[in-house]
Design a protein around this ligand. Structure first.
Ligand code: ZN
Length: 646
């Protein structure tokens, strides 16, 4: 029997096997999300990347489906303070930092949550929950209108115990409101507001469920008969987890957060939810990620040693950071330093080098090498070393997601294989290398470290992604062509001609480079971006051919129209060749003329009628226009261009 995953459960302080509960086919998981008022730091990165790894291991390695819910605290003292200080609305601030936070998660290659719940979108549900706690006698409203959880009533009930995660801290607590903003010792001294809150509580251990607004300036809601106000911190998570992750039951499966959240946050969440459901087991497993120190010191405001995720990713890449976290058990306190990152980067280099060089080596193998007789080394690697490594990796990962020892096993395997590749005559056979590389790649991918281009889509698009080389060549050629067009232009280049040339290059990429790769690119009306999809290269080619024919037909039609216009012009110009004064000189028609060439008498010597002269004058005027046009065409060289006599 293969080992099943066990996890250290903060609730029981023991390692337990992770099982599905009988009423659902997946693990419902709630992770406490950020309060969005500032840039996320490397401590956040540790928490979210570590649980991203645990999540991937559960789903991809152990095959247990997970539904991952994260909350966003988008109304809170810090956000409100920032809004007062800056004049920016609290909603704007929250949405801005929420977007930054998810950008950071993406940059860290964390899978996005399946469900994201924002506090401000759950106000009616939160107040209804608070109401129910009041009705049950687990909460009371103070004179200010604020509502507090009644720890004594909770304990008096006989069914419940307060402080399941941190009993000693819970018993001695003097404040249950402060939230850790900066790691463990980043707790601020109580403010005047907090002191006045302490006075109206029956017991210092009672946490605020609902905070009545002190002024109309504060964001507040009137809901379910409670005074205008906003939710307390712990109740937000209790309600949103109860609504989504519990969904119809009284329990969720996994609840996680940083170790700082154990008390007061998680202990209060547990008490509030257990009181609401009248249950004694709300979340089956509680998992906490350990502290992250910076250069050996706790992160804190006074030490000014905050490092944002963005700063980290300017210095190191996401893979190096992920390897650093993999090298430490997710529960332990760990150190982020130049030294620890340099070490992690070296480890990542070894892994990457193995994955890339084996890929190249396998690609270069000749087909007949598959028929190579396996050597002693091949058989030993395949039938002893690899299975032994896979077994120890599985044992480590099953043991509370011990990634650091599993990673060491992989590194040992990589070193052994590399030694044989480089030192043993004949190296390592194709089948052996291929098999080991796949196994290592699969485990790495369960860590969130992918080194392979996804080639499963290749089947849909023919040769689309069989190799990246044609893509690189196509992209480089495209770039060269654009540079050629742009750099060969000078002050005399017509902007439209330049535009046209660049568009020709773009069309060539669409019609000549992409189709053989099985990619169909379809332009849409500017400024909409083009869309692309995988398709049969022959089908794309056929469509391009059809489009070319239609274009050719349109061009032929245009050319015919142009010729027609040219013929008309030729005729007109030929007509205009005669000088207006010369047009009526025919002696068979006329016998006397004026100076301007207009006849006055016909051939028989009779004077012409006035109306006739008028008509001829008109005709002459028309000829004047035609002749002017002719002279212009003569001067501009148009005549010779059209093949006419000058
Ligand atoms: Zn929470």
């Amino acid at each position: 029997m293969e080992p099943k995953p066990t996890v250290f459960n903060s609730l029981t302080r023991e390692k337990e096997q992770i099982t599905l509960s009988s009423d659902r086919s997946f693990l419902s998981w709630y992770i406490c999300g950020p309060t969005v008022y500032d840039a996320a730091h490397v401590g956040h990165a540790r928490n979210y990347v570590s649980f991203d790894i645990v999540r991937r291991l559960l789903v991809d390695y152990f095959g247990i489906p997970v539904l991952y819910q994260m909350n966003i605290t988008d109304v809170d003292d810090k956000i409100i303070q920032k809004s007062f200080d800056s004049g920016e609305s609290f909603t704007n601030i929250a949405r801005r930092f929420e977007a930054d936070f998810f950008d950071d998660l993406e940059a860290l290659h964390c899978l996005p949550p399946d469900v994201v719940t924002r506090v401000t979108e759950y106000i009616p549900e939160i107040t209804a929950y608070v109401r129910k706690l009041m009705e049950r006698g687990y909460a009371y409203e103070a004179a200010s209108g604020s509502v507090y959880f009644d720890v004594e009533a909770f304990e008096r009930s006989g069914r419940h115990r307060f402080g399941k995660l941190r009993p000693a801290a819970a018993a001695a607590a003097t404040s249950v409101e402060t939230r850790p903003h900066a790691g463990a010792n980043g707790v601020d001294p109580p403010s005047l507001e907090q002191l006045s809150v302490q006075e109206e509580k029956r017991n210092p251990r009672d946490a605020a469920l609902w905070k009545a607004s002190k002024s109309a300036m504060e964001p507040g809601w009137e809901s379910n008969g409670l005074a205008r106000g906003r939710p307390g911190w712990h109740i937000e998570c209790a309600v949103m987890a109860s609504l989504v992750s519990c969904a119809g039951t009284t329990h969720l499966d996994i609840h996680t957060g940083g170790i700082d959240l154990e008390f007061p946050h998680h202990d209060n969440e547990i008490a509030e939810a257990e009181a609401y459901f009248e249950t004694d087991l709300w979340s089956r497993y509680f998992l906490h990620s350990g502290h992250l120190n910076i250069e050996g010191l706790k992160m804190s405001k006074s030490l000014k040693n905050f490092i944002t995720i963005r700063e980290v990713l300017r210095r190191w890449n996401w893979r190096q950071l992920r390897v650093l976290f993999l090298m430490h058990h997710y529960q332990t306190t760990m150190n982020y330093s130049e030294e620890s990152m340099t070490h992690a980067a070296a480890v990542e280099r070894t892994i990457q080098e193995f994955m890339r060089s084996t890929e190249a080596e396998l690609r270069a193998h000749l087909p007949e090498e598959r028929h190579r007789k396996p050597t002693k080394v091949d058989l030993e690697l395949l039938y002893q070393v690899l299975p032994a490594t896979e077994a120890t990796v599985r044992a480590h990962l099953s043991d509370n997601f011990n990634t650091q020892d599993a990673l060491q096993d992989l590194l040992t395997l990589i070193r052994t294989v590399n030694l044989h590749r480089h030192e043993t005559p004949g190296g390592v056979g194709y089948a052996t290398l291929h098999h080991i590389r796949s196994s290592v790649g699969r485990i790495l991918s369960c860590f969130g470290l992918d080194y392979d281009v996804k080639d499963d889509v290749a089947s849909q698009g023919g040769a689309a992604l069989a190799s990246v080389e044609p893509w690189i060549q196509g992209a480089v050629r495209l770039r060269d062509q654009i540079r050629e067009v742009v750099l060969s232009a000078d002050a005399n280049t017509d902007a439209n001609a330049l535009k046209e040339s660049i568009l020709v290059v773009c069309d060539e990429f669409r019609d000549a480079v992409l189709p053989p790769l099985g990619v169909r690119l379809e332009d849409r009306t500017y400024p909409k971006p083009a869309i692309w999809k995988y398709d049969d290269p022959a089908a794309i080619q056929a469509d391009i051919e059809q489009r070319r024919q239609a274009e050719a037909a349109r061009a032929a039609e245009k050319e015919a129209r142009r010729r027609e216009a040219e013929q008309r012009l030729l005729k007109e110009l030929e007509q205009g060749r005669t000088h207006p004064s010369q047009m009526f000189l025919d002696p068979s028609l006329y016998s006397q003329w004026r100076e301007d060439g207009i006849p006055t008498h016909d051939a028989e010597g009779r004077e012409l009628e006035k109306s006739r002269v008028k008509r001829l004058l008109k005709e002459q005027q028309r000829q004047e226009r035609l002749h002017r046009k002719f002279l212009e065409a003569q001067a501009s060289g148009l005549l010779s261009k059209l093949g006419m006599e000058p």
